[in-house]
Design a protein around this ligand. Structure first.
Ligand SMILES: C[S@@+](CC[C@H](N)C(=O)[O-])C[C@H]1O[C@@H](n2cnc3c(N)ncnc32)[C@H](O)[C@@H]1O
Length: 309
């Protein structure tokens, strides 16, 4: 993937990937990454969150945040293949001190979409049934709001026909569908909705059900190998890791083996781990030393795929 002397920002590499430590804007302008321009099939990322208060890893607020995110639109465009995709996950935000939602995350996504002249290919929701009640003041104490338990996932692309194939993300049929396929009897005909349901279309076994755009994924437990590795090494585990199933879903759906996947705001490198397992090349970038070092725990030494940069 890289030719010549590795840059000092490269912390480790695996059979398929490169993990860089630094700010995304700086790393993506390194001359070593010039050969990636026009080659990245999928940019899959969960950007730092717009916060109402400043947090440790320097999250920006309000308009400043939107401007910061939007600057990446042009950079990402130069990296993508002609039929490449950008998938961004952003959670909900709340106004400080009031039981009122902030529209900042949505504004940031919309401004990014417009400035980059991307198409919104599809909007997804990632529902986490295990999410703790939040914001706790309004949900647990005042009891005037319900649990906030999903994140927005926007799939964008410079083209309206990015590479995508839902046959790569089929889900197991429901028990009732399995029974139906077995019985080979279907109540065909016109529905109240005016849809005319033909017999054969519903009785064909397509090896699985086409998923909906509401994805359900819970975060991994505190006993996963990543957490264990961070504890053993005395490193701070990333507090906002995305469910690996989410990364796997989009990598399967929008790329093929040996394609390139980039996560410019990689945190604990969930994206890199999913890409490695699915044999896609990956490049990940994260400025926090603890998160970069901790992410090594996602690549078992027994796989023989982890080397220093
Ligand atoms: C929401 S987290 C990503 C979590 C990640 N998806 C995971 O599963 O672990 C966003 C990350 O962006 C990083 N970040 C903040 N500013 C950045 C920048 N300028 N360039 C690259 N990463 C940045 C933060 O340190 C944080 O780890």
């Amino acid at each position: 993937m890289l030719k010549g002397r590795p840059p000092k920002e490269l912390v480790y590499k695996t059979s398929f990937g490169l993990m860089f430590k630094g700010q995304a804007g700086e790393i993506l302008s390194l001359p070593t990454l010039d050969r990636m321009r026009g080659k990245v099939q999928l940019i899959f990322t969960s950007p730092p969150f717009p916060l109402n208060r400043k947090k440790k890893y320097g999250n920006l607020q309000g308009e400043e945040y939107i401007d910061w995110l939007v600057n990446f639109a042009a950079i990402f465009r130069t990296l993508l293949t002609e039929n490449g995709s950008i998938v961004m996950e952003l959670g909900n935000a709340w106004e400080p001190g009031k039981p009122v939602m902030s529209t900042l995350a949505l504004e940031a996504l919309l401004t990014f979409l417009k400035k980059g002249e991307f198409n919104l290919c599809q909007q997804f929701i990632c529902y986490n049934p295990a999410r703790l009640p939040s914001p706790s003041q309004w949900v647990n104490v005042e009891r005037s709001r319900v649990k906030d338990s999903y994140t927005h996932v926007w799939w964008m692309s410079p083209t309206d026909r990015p590479k995508a194939d839902n046959r790569r993300v089929l889900q197991e049929y429901s028990p009732s569908m399995k029974r139906l396929l077995k019985s080979k009897k279907y109540n065909s005909g016109k529905r109240p909705s005016e849809h005319n349901i033909g017999e054969t279309s519903f009785l064909r076994d397509n090896n699985g059900a086409i998923p909906s755009n509401v994805l359900t994924a819970a975060n991994t437990s505190s006993t996963d190998p990543y957490q264990k590795y961070c504890r053993e090494q005395g490193l701070q585990a990333h507090p906002a890791r995305m469910p690996i199933k989410l990364a796997e879903f989009f990598i399967h759906f929008l790329t093929e083996p040996n394609d390139y996947v980039l996560d410019p705001f990689a945190g604990s490198n969930t994206t890199g781990a999913a890409a490695e397992a699915l044999q896609r090349h990956w490049i990940s970038i994260e400025p926090s030393e603890d998160y970069v070092l901790g992410s090594r725990g996602r690549f078992a030494p027994s796989s023989g795929g982890l080397h220093d940069g």
